[in-house]
Each structure stands twice: as C-alpha cells, then as structure tokens.
Design a protein around this ligand. Structure first.
Ligand code: CTP
Length: 404
C-alpha cells in the first residue's frame, strides 16, 4: 500500500515514543521507506539502535554525525519526504513548530519540509487542554497540517483523560488513507522525457545544450508519487531517481530519444515532453578526432525529427500530450503556436527573460496554456513545486475533458 513512500518520523521526548518502533515496523511492512529524526529528549524513551534496526536507516539527531563525519542536510531530508509525521509530539515541540523556534535538527527539518505534515500529540491531560497547547494546535492546523487527535485513556501520570497518543495501527490507517486519497494517477502510464541530447561531432566532441534535466525528473517523481507508472527517458544528466514506480531509460542523441519515445508512446496515457531535444544533428560525424587546423571549417547540420509533433499526429483520443516551450522573445505567442502545431493538450512555457527560470537552476517560473484556452501563470518556485502545479493542471484538464 505504501510502496516507495518516503516517510520521515520525528520523535520527541514523550513516553509514547516506546510505541514508535512498532509503528515503523508496520510502515516498513507496507513498503514505506522510513527515516527517523529524534530530539535529544526522545533518546530517554526509546533507543536509537531499535529505531535504526527497524527503519533500516541511521537515526538522525544533529546536522553533523560525529562518528562518520557525515553532514545531515535538513533541507535534503525535508525535500526527500513524501510525508513528515511527528509522533509523539510534546507540548514543547508543538510550541516550537507553531512559532518557528528551530533550535534542534527536527524543527529545522520541519521548517524545510515541502511535503504534507501529520502531528500526533501526546501529553498529560492538563497540558493537552492548556490554552497554549490548543492555540499552537490551531496555528499548526491553519498551516494545513493534519492533527491526529490524542485519545482519551489512561495516561503515564496515572490520570485518565485526553492526551494519549493515537495507537500505531490507527496512525498507519490515517497515513494509508491519506496517500490513497492522493493517488490521482493510479492506473495511468506516464511517459516523461528529461534533459538535453548530445549530437556527436567526433568521438570526443558534441553539440548539446544547458538543460540539467531537473524539471523532467521532478515531474517524473511527482507523477510517481501520485500513483502513476512512469517511464522516464533521460538524456545525459547528472541526476538520480530511485522511486520504484519510475523506469528510467537513458539516451544520448535526439535520434535515440526519438526511438525510445516511439517505443513507449502507444502504451502511455500521458506524455510530458520536458526534454530539450536538439533540433539539428551533425550530418556526418567524424569517426576519428578532428585535428586542429589553421583555416575555418564548417559543420553541416541536418534537422532531427520533431518528436512531439510526430507523436501529436499519432495521438489517440484517450492520450494527453504536454509540451514545453523555452522562449527568449515573444514567449506567449510562440508557445501558443507550438500548442497548436504540435496538437498538444497543454504547453508549459518558461522564459529566459525571467530571472531564476529555465535551464540549470533549482527554480522555475512557468505559464501553462491548455488547448481549451485556460491559462495559469505561476510564481517563481522550486522545480519540485512547479512539477506539482503541472501535474495539478493535467489532472484538472483531464477531469474537465471527462465531464464535458
Ligand atoms: N521537441 C521535440 N523534438 C524536437 C524538438 C523539440 O519533441 N526535435 C519538443 C520539446 O521537448 C518541447 C517542445 O517540442 O516539449 C518545444 O520545444 P522547443 O525547443 O521550445 O521548440 P521547437 O519546436 O524546437 O522550436 P524553436 O526551437 O524554434 O523554438
């Protein structure tokens, strides 16, 4: 049920921490990949060794691992997670989260999280009912976090009342139903292309472009995270993905990308063509290394196939095509022309005129235009968030096609 889901569990110093090893076991059994972060106080209630053994991953307390010398990046972990669960959450950590007091690794990771957050409070009944705790919980709810209410029952103090952390089986159920609700692409096969293509001049040189592949990889991960089966055709990039629902095919040239797209298009429901495919290739690449000469020389380029245009012509009524347009000048007009000429359902335009948009960087700013005329103008955002907006736009458009 949770195959490949990345879950970070933040454990704070409450007695209910003893239940977390069992919760981890349940999550791992469902296929989730679990990373644990503990506050220093949490170590008094449960051992890191138990948690590391059950999660099959090191437990993190500090930005710096004194034994291995490794640096733990709170930003990386916050971005890796599909879900962050804080369980048990003490009144102290609730207060820090609600007010941005980042004095430990757990709260810094929380402040870097891009994913949904679930909070399972656990404390004695008077603390749970105190106006400060209620206010902090309201603030966190207002941030869109999911609060797993504490239950009424026997508490460690001997008192009976609300404050008991929800049982691990019920937390698992809430996590499963949360992901299930968000599996909007379940059963869909999505073909994504990413990165540049390299056209060979001779055995050591090529003509390429500055595409890093990040946008396409973020889209592939977003689509897989929402339950889709993804084939990712990637040009030469320095990126990795290990999502179990992504099958990666590496290509180098435009012609190889063309062939790989043809091989997989008919079995795909959605094609998202984020690759920066070369428009020209070298007509006759040299078989040996070209030698330096004093005089000028000319490379003859011949056009490559326009993959998207060709697939747009072959498209079945049940297939959905998304193209990209990287523009420098009259962006919108040119993007609209590409939308029409290539028979697309959606075009995602980014302009090199916008600082922080386009190739290479970690952010992008896009305008999405769909064939029914809907236009969505996005802000400058991390590419992961832009990927989520693109998948949202595809789903909105697919749903409106179905209901019309
Ligand atoms: N594309 C393609 N095959 C090509 C070139 C581009 O499939 N040989 C796809 C790109 O992946 C992108 C869309 O077509 O999704 C638009 O690419 P872009 O480079 O912006 O436009 P071109 O059609 O190449 O036109 P121009 O370079 O003149 O802007």
């Amino acid at each position: 049920m949770l195959k490949g889901k990345h879950i970070v569990i933040g454990i704070t110093g409450g007695i209910a921490a003893y239940k977390i090893p069992y919760l981890i076991r349940l999550l791992v059994r469902e296929g989730a990949v679990v990373r644990v972060i503990m506050t220093p106080a949490a170590k008094d209630f449960v051992t890191p060794l138990t948690l590391a053994t059950l999660s099959q991953n090191d437990v993190i307390f500090h930005p710096f691992n004194h034994e291995t010398g490794a640096w733990n990046s709170h930003v990386e972990l916050g971005q890796w997670a599909d879900l962050m669960l804080f369980a048990p959450t003490t009144a102290n950590t609730l207060g820090k989260m609600a007010n941005g007091i980042a004095d430990n690794f757990l709260v810094t990771a929380y402040l870097s999280a891009k994913c949904p957050v679930m909070i399972a409070p656990s404390m004695d009944l008077d603390m749970y009912q105190h106006p400060t705790t209620r206010k902090n919980l309201d603030i966190l709810k207002g941030y869109g976090h999911i609060i797993i209410d504490a239950q009424v029952g026997e508490l460690a103090s001997g008192l009976t009342g609300p404050g008991r952390m929800e049982e691990p089986e019920n937390i698992l159920e809430q996590i499963t139903s949360f992901f299930f609700q968000h599996e909007e692409l379940k059963g869909k096969r999505i073909l994504v292309t990413a990165g540049p293509t390299y056209e060979k001049i001779d055995p050591v040189r090529f003509v390429g472009n500055h595409s890093s592949g990040q946008m396409g990889f973020c889209i592939a991960e977003e689509a897989a995270g929402r339950g889709g089966d993804v084939v990712l055709i990637s040009g030469p990039v320095n990126l990795h993905t290990n999502h179990p629902s992504i099958r990666r095919i590496n290509v180098t040239t435009a012609s190889e990308m063309h062939q790989a797209c043809i091989d997989h298009f008919s079995s795909s429901d959605i094609l998202i063509m984020a690759a920066a495919v070369a428009d020209y290739t070298i007509e006759s690449p040299a078989s040996g290394k070209l030698k330096k000469k004093a005089e000028e020389f000319t490379l003859t380029l011949s056009p490559t196939a326009d993959i998207l245009k060709e697939l747009g012509e072959k498209k079945r009524a049940d297939q959905y095509l998304v193209g990209f347009a990287l523009e420098t000048d009259d962006g919108l007009e040119s993007a609209k022309k590409k939308l029409k000429n290539k028979s697309l359902d959606l075009i995602v335009m980014n302009s090199l005129k916008d600082d922080g948009a386009g190739f290479g960087g970690a952010t992008n700013k896009v305008i999405m235009i769909s064939s029914n005329g809907n236009t969505v103008t996005g802000e400058l955002k991390p590419k992961r968030e832009v990927a989520s907006d693109i998948v949202d736009a595809i789903l909105i458009s697919l749903n409106s096609n179905q209901s019309s």
